[in-house]
Design a protein around this ligand. Structure first.
Ligand SMILES: Cc1cc2nc3c(=O)[nH]c(=O)nc-3n(C[C@H](O)[C@H](O)[C@H](O)COP(=O)(O)OP(=O)(O)OC[C@H]3O[C@@H](n4cnc5c(N)ncnc54)[C@H](O)[C@@H]3O)c2cc1C
Length: 351
């Protein structure tokens, strides 16, 4: 049986938690464990059948993520954008077309899918991850933090909580967290916690063959943003996009039919000759979202300085992309928060 008492415990095996673990190991700190509620690692990173249902892109100025990818030997490639892109302004009028300037740097994608980052990071810490362990209570008892989960009770000298802050308000804390912190946590929206993504794979990239980039942008359609999502080695051809949230509560069949009809309208009848069709609604995932989720893309509360402090007498730290002082919400923010948390544990920066 696994021991339950550690120097450090990280709650959550998303990018932030795994990055902290990676840096702890780089600094020869091995007395820690990662407790993960889901039956998989990665958190909001989810790649299935080469489709990124979570994050898909990063930007040239995401330096910490770029450095981490380099360290792990992971390559990047540019988002495909050649040919005609489509802008839909209203439901009845004709679509407008535009072409992306191919001389400008585009967003990057991670070779092997975003999950490649998770796979490579977890290679170092596989034996330290405990899945299916949902934390419900964080208590300070004497000189330890006690974590109550659905499976076991764990204790540590210090704990890093990487849950999105809004979701972290659903845990019980003893003693209670300060009111001011609680208020900020409630107001910190979970980045993309409301998004619905769709991924459709095809035998051939038929849109490329008809000089379409695969990009369709427009708030009125069944899909508000659609992109070419062919993999780096060009062996799997797919389109991936964000579903209009008005379709959240219709039946799965109706939603799928509306999405395929929209693609057919703009890309032609070949859009219906797909190999596979999948969706992911993050608002319905209890390990990312929680009730009272508001539909916003950006929150002024990301990186609130209140997350710099440690709580429960210096034993509880908050991490995760929404707490990052820069690029909060993005993968870059998750990596930054992961590095900062490791530094705080290793006492290389002041709390
Ligand atoms: C649809 C979508 C599209 C996105 N697109 C992009 C993009 O293109 N580019 C970009 O840079 N970023 C994008 N993001 C954001 C990116 O995914 C996040 O910044 C990043 O993955 C956050 O990592 P994290 O570790 O901070 O949080 P999370 O990944 O949320 O990790 C938290 C972990 O805690 C676990 N957990 C939750 N509750 C409990 C509990 N009670 N007990 C134990 N464990 C628990 C979760 O399962 C999870 O593994 C997107 C996100 C989504 C959802």
């Amino acid at each position: 049986m696994r021991k339950t008492d550690y120097k450090y415990i990280i709650i959550g095996a998303g990018v932030s938690g795994l990055t902290t673990a990676y840096y702890l190991l780089q600094n020869r700190e091995t007395n820690f464990i990662i407790l993960e509620g889901r039956d998989r690692i990665g958190g909001r990173v989810l790649t299935k059948n080469t489709i990124d249902f979570g994050p898909a892109w990063f930007q040239p100025n995401h330096k910490n993520l770029s450095q981490l990818l380099n360290n792990l030997g992971i390559e990047k490639f540019s988002q495909y954008s050649k040919g005609k892109s489509i802008m839909v302004y209203n439901t009845n009028g004709p679509a407008h077309y535009f072409e992306s300037d191919q001389t400008q740097p585009s967003a990057y994608r991670i070779s092997g899918g975003s999950n490649n980052l998770i796979k490579k990071l977890s290679n170092f810490v596989e034996d330290k991850i405990v899945l299916n362990t949902q934390i419900s209570r964080i208590s300070e008892i004497e000189n330890k933090i006690i974590l109550t989960s659905n499976t076991n009770t764990f204790s540590a000298e210090r704990v890093i909580n990487t849950l999105p802050p809004k979701l972290a308000t659903t845990l019980n804390y003893s003693p209670k967290l300060p009111n001011e912190l609680n208020k900020v946590m409630h107001k910190t929206q979970t980045w993309m916690g409301h998004a619905i993504k769709v991924g459709i794979t095809y035998k051939t990239p038929f849109w490329r063959e008809q000089n379409n980039s695969g990009t369709i942008i427009g708030q009125f359609g069944a899909v508000t943003e659609l992109y070419d999502h062919t993999n780096a080695s060009k062996t799997n051809f797919s389109l991936m996009g964000f579903v209009n949230q008005e379709l959240r509560e219709v039946s799965a069949e109706t939603r799928k039919e509306q999405i395929l009809a929209y693609l057919e309208k703009h890309l032609g009848s070949k859009a219906r000759n797909y190999l596979s069709y999948s969706e992911k609604d993050w608002a319905k995932d209890k390990f990312t979202s929680c009730p009272n989720l508001e539909d916003v893309y950006m929150s002024a509360h990301y990186g609130n300085p209140i997350f710099n402090s440690a709580y429960l007498n210096g034993k509880l730290l908050f991490s995760g992309t929404e707490t990052a002082p820069y690029f909060g919400g993005y993968l870059e923010g998750a990596v930054i928060s992961g590095i900062l948390s490791a530094q705080k544990l290793l006492n290389t920066t002041k709390n």
